[in-house]
Design a protein around this ligand. Sequence first.
Ligand code: CA
Ligand code: CA
Ligand code: CA
Length: 266
Amino acid sequence: MLAIRIRARHRRALALTVVALLAGPSLAAAPATATTTDYDATYYKAAIGKSGTSLKSSLHTITRSQTKISYSAVWDALKVTDQDPSNSANVILLYSGASRSKSLNGGDTGDWNREHVWAKSHGDFGTATGPGTDLHHLRPEDVQVNSIRGNKDFDDGGSTVSGGGGSLTDSDSFEPRDAVKGDVARMIFYMAVRYEGDDGWADLEVNSSVNNGSAPYMGKLAVLKAWNDEDPPDAFEERRNQVIYDTYQHNRNPFVDHPEWVEAIW
Ligand SMILES: [Ca+2]
Ligand SMILES: [Ca+2]
Ligand SMILES: [Ca+2]
């Protein structure tokens, strides 16, 4: 079922690429176009046809129904969700793109650890069971690269991050490598709809700033929207969403299924 859906999306993406090439030499990515998924008639039934705050509210109600896992259980979950498709003994590190042994999870140089893409200080949710253990924004990352990203907001620009796979950083922001820019954006947008302040955690929102610090915000909105368009969901990201849904949390990232919903809300 999933394989069929992925192939269908890739055919659409290819068709869109041809249209974009025929349309002219613009370097701007085309906005994400409407997609259909196997879940539209079921999981997303209440959201279909909506936009703006109505869509956001609907997606919140849908995604807040989930199973939650402990922070210690996140280690083993990431070994499944982020498994290297070419080597089942390894995980792929988000920013660096490296393939590293699953057994090297830990805190030492050369290890990988649990990166909170929505920095856990932004809203101060820590690692208690909740947003701090939500697999939809937790990814394996090299210990030192994770430390360099720190709690910076996302924006374009900066100098090359050592071991960062082409990621850039400056004093107040981080730019992931191109292949995961959309993944990062869709994780941030998921957090903004999933957490609305009604379940004991901060209402997380995307804004247009950097230096958000411990405020429950993440920037920059315009950059994240562009990244969503430039880097559409691929098979790795879609499989990850499916594994979280089937095996761990039983909720989905709506923006992996429907990247055009970013534009429909923001
Ligand atoms: Ca900056
Ligand atoms: Ca990607
Ligand atoms: Ca929110």
